[in-house]
Design a protein around this ligand. Structure first.
Ligand code: HEC
Length: 198
C-alpha cells in the first residue's frame, strides 16, 4: 500500500519538475503564428526557408533578394534559416540564440555596430554583415524577436514540437492512471480485510 502511495508522489513530483523546467521560448501556436508574420515582414527580404512546408508554401520560402545581390550588398550571403535553430544549439537553445542575436546589437565607443551574441558564437569581435532587422526603438522589438525565434524553432524541428505537446498528455494520463490504480488498490484491500475479519 505504502509503495503505491510513494509511486504516486514520485509521478506527481516528476510532473511538477517537468512543468517547472518549462521553455524560455514559448512555442505556443499563437507565438509561432505571430513569428511567421514577423519572418515574412522582417526577414524574408534576405533569408529563405527552403525546408519549410505548409499548404500555401509547398516548396518553402525563397528569399526575395537573390543570394548574389545580397552578398554583394551586405558582404556575406544571408543563410537559409530552415535549420538555424537546431544548428545553433540543442533543444530550445538554438532558438534562444536567435532571440539573443536579434536583441543584442549595440554601438561600441568607436561608433561601430556590433552584436554580442554573434561575438560569442563566432569568437570574433561581433561585427555581423546582417543589418539590425528591427528599429532599435521599436517597443515590440523583444516580442518580435521572441516570436520569430519560436517560429524558427518549429521550422527546424516540427516533430519536436509535436513530441512536447504529446508529452504533456502522457504525463496527465499517467497521473490519472496512478490515482485510479491507487484508489482501486485501496478498495480491493478494504474488501479483503473485511472478509478476513469475518
Ligand atoms: C537586409 C538583409 C537581412 C535581413 C532583413 C535579415 N537578415 Fe539575417 N542575416 C543577413 C546576413 C547578410 C547574414 C550573415 C551574417 C554574417 O555572417 O555576418 C544573416 C545572418 C543571420 C543569422 C545567422 C547568425 C549566425 O549566428 O550565423 C540569423 C539567425 C539571422 N540572420 C536571422 C534573421 C532574422 C530572424 C531576421 C528577421 C527578423 C533577419 N535575419 C533579417 C541578412 C539579413
Amino acid at each position: 500500500m505504502k509503495s503505491v502511495f510513494f509511486t504516486m508522489i514520485a509521478v506527481l513530483l516528476s510532473t511538477a519538475v517537468l512543468a517547472a523546467e518549462g521553455l524560455s521560448i514559448d512555442i505556443s501556436s499563437s507565438a509561432v503564428e505571430r513569428g511567421q508574420n514577423v519572418f515574412i515582414s522582417n526577414c524574408n527580404a534576405c533569408h529563405g526557408l527552403k525546408y519549410y512546408r505548409d499548404r500555401d508554401h509547398m516548396s518553402g520560402y525563397a528569399p526575395l533578394m537573390d543570394a548574389v545581390t545580397a552578398e554583394a550588398t551586405f558582404g556575406a550571403a544571408p543563410p537559409d534559416l530552415s535549420l538555424i535553430a537546431s544548428a545553433r544549439g540543442k533543444s530550445t537553445h538554438g532558438a534562444e540564440y536567435v532571440y539573443e542575436f536579434l536583441t543584442s546589437y549595440y554601438t561600441d565607443a568607436d561608433g561601430r555596430v556590433k552584436n554580442r551574441a554573434f561575438a560569442e558564437e563566432t569568437q570574433t569581435e561581433g561585427v555581423t554583415a546582417m543589418p539590425q532587422p528591427f528599429l532599435a526603438e521599436d517597443p515590440e522589438l523583444k516580442a518580435k524577436a521572441h516570436d520569430v525565434a519560436a517560429f524558427l524553432y518549429t521550422v527546424s524541428d516540427p516533430s519536436e514540437t509535436e513530441r512536447r505537446s504529446l508529452g504533456k498528455y502522457v504525463m496527465v494520463y499517467m497521473v490519472v492512471m496512478t490515482a485510479l490504480l491507487y484508489a482501486l488498490n485501496k478498495l480491493t484491500w478494504k474488501k479483503v480485510n473485511k472478509k478476513l475479519e469475518r
